[in-house]
Design a protein around this ligand. Structure first.
Ligand code: FMN
Length: 451
């Protein structure tokens, strides 16, 4: 843990310094031990929370505290699998009465202030917590909580005790000097992300699932912007296996990995795996003498992936973590046995240039295994018509590629050995498609060898 952002000055009071230091150690917990906390203590935490300021002092907030095991289980189901909803001690649903101080979201700001005050209170008392906006279907929750229509639901604060084995990591913070400026606005370009050009960006025209300004074309992002975005947003989840499961991809990863040489030998490089789900599966396929190098854009992805691998029992002496500067592979020419590109070419500003770099680092006879989302598939249509209208996902901007074009790019540089399509449907299935159908799957996947 680092306090790089923090300097405790302006107070000579050691007790105050100690509290400030302690507050800075708060971190989200997604792995609770299932124990109970006394209602009296929970009530004190709520009481601390309502010391927060509120717009017009109306205190139109309301907190529904759920401790009943069946209800918490139901809350988990409704949330779409938030494991921690079931095993926390209490879920404090954050609600407010509608009708007053909507301007500038004042009522939302008020509830947020109270929620954070509760978090800090819980933390100082030695408990763990996590704030969740992702709570699932509101209609089902309203029914579960018996919430009147005039009350709005914003999120839930889960409070409990972390399992002794829970990840003990704090998500990285941006350098503090990057997120404030004196007197007028200033911010480094790497942390201002590209959007579609427009004169104005009206807040109410932007929704998670409908953002007319979202710039999905990675060609319009710099590597620095892509690195910045992906490196921080990976922490929106937990390095615990199973916490993040891609419903879209289903079993596709297993099929992608079936194209790998078996066993994997020598130096194996996985490029931009973001959260490490594919890395842990790849690790399992390493032959005895093989070493894995994880090439990522941001050190924050490395920290996350390292933790994920450690939790799954990987021997970290066999894994190296290498930073790609400006999208270049940090390896000597001809030094790599296998390069794995797990749905990442479509995240790159210039995928062809990157394949040149793969060609450079592979040794003669070395293998590249590529998979890429395919625009010429049922998924491609879904992406064009719906997904690409939403906000940019946490993995960063991407545009599905034309499978035939990727195939040509590979032919221009390597000797293709196998090409398949994965997934006949827009999401979820992992059917293996061969022959011409290889170019119509949700994913196009191929193995090619350097001459
Ligand atoms: C308004 C808000 C909503 C959040 N919603 C979720 C959520 O739905 N699921 C989740 O796992 N984490 C959620 N978080 C937790 C953040 O991912 C977390 O605070 C962030 O990664 C920083 O990590 P830290 O809390 O450990 O410092 C939310 C946090 C805030 C402030």
């Amino acid at each position: 843990m680092t306090f790089a952002n923090r300097a405790v000055s302006g107070t000579a009071d050691a007790a105050v310094s100690a509290i400030l230091e302690r507050l800075a150690t708060r971190r989200s917990c997604r792995d609770f031990d299932g124990s109970q906390i006394d209602r009296a203590i929970l009530a004190e935490i709520i009481a601390d929370g309502v010391e927060a300021p509120s717009s017009c002092n109306q205190q139109n907030w309301h907190f529904v505290v759920v401790t009943d095991p069946d209800r918490k289980r139901r809350a988990r189901e409704i949330s779409g699998g938030n494991h921690h909803f079931e095993f926390c001690s209490a879920l404090v649903y954050l609600c407010f009465q509608k009708g007053w101080t909507h301007g500038n979201f004042s009522i939302v700001q008020s509830v947020a202030g109270a929620c954070y005050h509760m978090m800090l209170s819980a933390h100082l008392r030695g408990f763990d917590c996590i704030w969740n906006a992702g709570i699932g279907d509101h209609a089902s929750l309203r029914e579960m909580l018996d919430l009147p229509p005039i009350f709005e639901l914003q999120g839930a604060l889960a409070i409990g005790r972390a399992k002794p084995t829970a990840p003990a990591m704090k998500a990285p913070r941006r350098p503090v000097q990057d997120v404030y400026s004196w007197e007028t606005f200033a911010r480094p370009g790497g942390s201002i992300y590209p959007v579609k050009p427009a004169r104005e960006y009206p807040y109410f025209e932007i929704r998670n699932d409908d953002n007319p300004f979202a710039e999905w074309d990675p060609g319009r992002w710099t590597w620095a912007q892509i690195a910045d975005f992906r490196g921080y947003s990976v922490w929106a989840k937990s390095p615990l296996a199973g916490v993040y499961v891609s419903r879209r991809q289903g079993q596709a990863q297993e099929i992608e990995h079936s194209l790998l040489p078996s066993p994997l030998t020598g130096k194996v490089v996985e490029v931009m795996p973001w959260g490490g789900t594919s890395t842990s599966a790849l690790y399992e396929r390493l032959g005895q003498d093989a070493r894995l190098s994880v090439a990522e854009l941001s050190p924050h992805n490395h920290t996350f992936i390292r933790e994920r691998l450690a939790r799954e029992g990987a021997d970290l002496d066999r894994v190296e973590f290498d930073l790609m500067k400006a999208g270049r592979l940090p390896y000597e020419a001809g030094s790599v046995n296998t390069v794995v590109l797990p749905q990442v070419l479509e995240h790159m500003p210039e995928p062809e240039l990157f394949l040149d770099d793969v060609q450079r680092v592979l040794m003669p006879g070395g293998v590249v295994v590529v998979s890429a989302r395919n625009i010429g598939s049922a998924y491609g249509r879904l992406w064009r018509e719906a997904e690409s209208r939403a906000q940019i996902p946490n993995q960063g901007p991407f545009t599905p590629l034309d499978a035939k074009q990727v195939s040509r790019w590979l032919q221009d540089r390597f000797e293709p050995e196998q090409e398949i399509g994965i997934g006949a449907e827009a999401a979820g299935d992992a059917a293996t498609l061969t022959g011409d159908a290889a170019f119509s799957g949700r994913l196009y996947a191929a193995r090619a060898r350097r001459a």
